[in-house]
Design a protein around this ligand. Sequence first.
Ligand code: HEC
Length: 109
Amino acid sequence: MKTTLALALLAAAIALPAQAAPDAAAALALSESNKCNKCHTVDKGKRGPSYKQIAAKYKGQADAMAKLSTMVTQSPKVKYENGDEEEHKPLNTKDPAKVRNLVEWILAL
Ligand code: HEC
């Protein structure tokens, strides 16, 4: 009985459409070529939070994709701890596939 159930679950898992994992190398390269790493690195926040902090903040939020995509393609105002306000630096591309890959990569950290 147990084996049958396990096999059924396995079959169901295989049948699910494979979700491609984000391309980390491409995401990192995009972040570096856009000088995002002046303010964010994977582990360390500089003027902005680290990408891991961002992932933790948005964990489980359904609209994370949309919010972060806006953040990196538009230039919303961001506030620094010292009270300075600045327009957030947008990516030099609006290619939806590249933006999506970067945001998915950040959220999966
Ligand atoms: C001059 C410094 C600076 C640069 C350059 C910069 N950011 Fe940011 N970024 C910030 C700050 C500060 C915040 C925090 C905003 C807040 O919490 O309100 C932030 C927040 C974010 C967030 C999270 C937004 C949130 O709601 O928590 C993402 C994602 C992000 N940046 C991505 C990028 C990407 C991608 C680039 C490169 C195109 C980039 N940043 C370049 C300073 C910067």
